[in-house]
Design a protein around this ligand. Structure first.
Ligand code: SAH
Ligand code: SF4
Ligand code: F3S
Length: 438
């Protein structure tokens, strides 16, 4: 009988892409995907531990499949990802979640296929979390699920140790993929018809630093932007301390590079940035924003912000608020600071009370919402490039490279997906209404 898998993914794009690798391994063992958890023979939880709320959600969901395991004793429940990699979690799953059969971490994700084969043969539970990273493994099956967009890892890990962040502890040190491997993967994705290729790394701007041979992110971008084909390159995330003029200039001048720049600022107060170990000042950050705005046509800048970091006063918060108002971000991901075990910030005194965090994040998100509304209005009359993706009764649905939806009324005959220039005419419930320029 056909066996099925169900993968539940938490956290960032890195994890979304890694779930494509998990799916690839499951497919190679002849499992098929199901969208109904209750029908699955294997359920995989690919977890995140960036904030406590993320972890509580994961634990609640893993707890809830206990009843499925009761109904179907042959069900295999596997847990992997950042939370599985965290100190003490392997033991927690062993002791408190006996319905979980396989636990593995971020450094041994490529071993999942072997674990599954072994478990099916022996029925012995497997708890294998490698302590540290090994060499990059290029030999992984992948089952891509993201329509016109394909994710490509360019580097793994993080060396920055921002004082609030658990990622360096659960993802290990920075390791860049060889440029040749990236280029050949991107080439084959283009020939398969992918229109967007999104390069992934915790800090894409430090790509290549570990090779110490002059390889850098700007070179990688230039090489990819000059490949043949009809595609666009996206990338995330950029760290302000490493975003060079060369990278900004490359984004500005290469037509095949997306103009979306996600540049997390975290705080608008120098005192807090220092406590966060971010290694840049607000002044430096503003200089970068100025350069982007002056040089990059149709730029779209978004950011991440943490409110309620230890010692954050109302004055510090207002500095952040005012920065958001000044930069006028196209998107703000605002988070309430969540203490993570083992990080430096967790041990800082003067933690900010929860009610204040709530109130600050709400104030910030209200401001951002207002800015986005105004920005959408300013798009009216502009010509923008979009990816036309699907046909409707009287036209097409498309997206801008920043993800905004566009509705186009047209009786044109197009082969989809395709990039087209459109003129934005109006806004209807957050969707842009546009017409083709040619
Ligand atoms: N590597 C990326 C993003 C990593 S995590 C970068 O450096 O920008 C995504 C976002 O989660 C971070 O930008 C930060 O805003 C937020 N974050 C990380 N740790 C957090 C914590 N302990 N509490 C609240 N938010 C956190
Ligand atoms: Fe975390 Fe900072 Fe690394 Fe981003 S750069 S993953 S916020 S430690
Ligand atoms: Fe991503 Fe969460 Fe891990 S944000 S890197 S999945 S801790």
């Amino acid at each position: 009988m056909q066996k099925h898998y169900y993968i539940k993914t938490y956290g960032c794009q890195m994890n979304v892409h890694e779930s494509e690798k998990l799916a690839g391994m499951l497919k190679s063992l002849n499992y098929e995907e199901t969208t109904n958890m209750a029908d699955a023979d294997v359920i995989v939880f690919n977890t995140c531990c960036i904030r406590d709320a993320a972890e509580q959600k994961v634990l609640g969901n893993i707890g809830a499949v206990k009843k499925l395991k009761k109904q179907n004793p042959n069900l295999i429940v596997a847990v992997c990802g950042c939370m599985a990699q965290e100190d003490g979690r392997k033991e927690l799953f062993k002791e408190k979640y006996p319905h979980v059969s396989i636990v593995f971490g971020t450094h041994n994700l490529h071993m999942f296929k072997d674990y599954l084969i072994k478990f099916n043969a022996t029925k012995q539970k497997i708890y294998d979390v490698w302590e540290s990273e090994k060499e990059i493994n290029e030999d992984v099956d992948m089952y891509r699920t993201s329509n016109n967009n394909a994710w490509v890892n360019i580097m793994y890990g993080c060396n920055n140790f921002c004082t609030y962040c658990i990622v360096p502890y659960v993802r290990g040190r920075e390791r860049s993929r060889a440029m040749n491997d990236i280029v050949s993967e991107v080439k084959s994705l283009i020939s398969e018809g992918y229109k967007y290729i999104t390069l992934l790394g915790q800090n894409v701007n430090s790509y290549g630093n570990d090779f110490k041979d002059g390889t850098n992110f700007a070179k990688l971008l230039k090489t990819l932007a000059n490949l043949d084909g009809d595609f666009r390159i996206k990338f995330m995330t950029s760290h302000p301390k490493d975003l060079t003029d060369e990278v900004i200039n490359t984004i500005a001048t290469e037509p095949k590079l997306s103009k979306v720049i996600h540049l997390p600022v975290q705080s608008g107060s120098n005192r807090i940035l220092k406590l966060m170990n971010r290694n840049y000042t607000v002044e430096h950050y503003k200089t970068l924003i100025k350069k982007i705005k002056e040089q990059v046509p149709n730029y779209f800048i978004s950011t991440d912000i943490i409110v309620g970091f230890p010692h954050e006063t109302e004055e510090d918060f207002m500095a952040t608020y005012n920065l958001v108002n000044e930069v006028k971000y196209g998107g703000v991901f605002g988070f309430m600071y969540s203490p993570r075990t083992g990080t430096i910030a967790e041990k800082m005194d003067e933690q900010v009370p929860q009610e204040i965090k709530n109130e600050r994040v709400n104030r910030l998100l209200a401001l951002s919402k207002q800015i986005i509304k105004e920005q959408n209005q300013q798009l009216i009359g502009k010509t923008m490039e979009c990816l036309v993706e699907s046909k409707t009764d009287d036209g097409y649905l498309a997206t801008l490279d920043n993800g905004k939806n566009v509705i186009i009324t047209s009786n044109k005959n197009l082969t989809l997906p395709t990039f087209k220039n459109v003129k934005i005419n109006s806004i209807n419930r957050n969707k842009l209404v546009a017409e083709f320029c040619d």
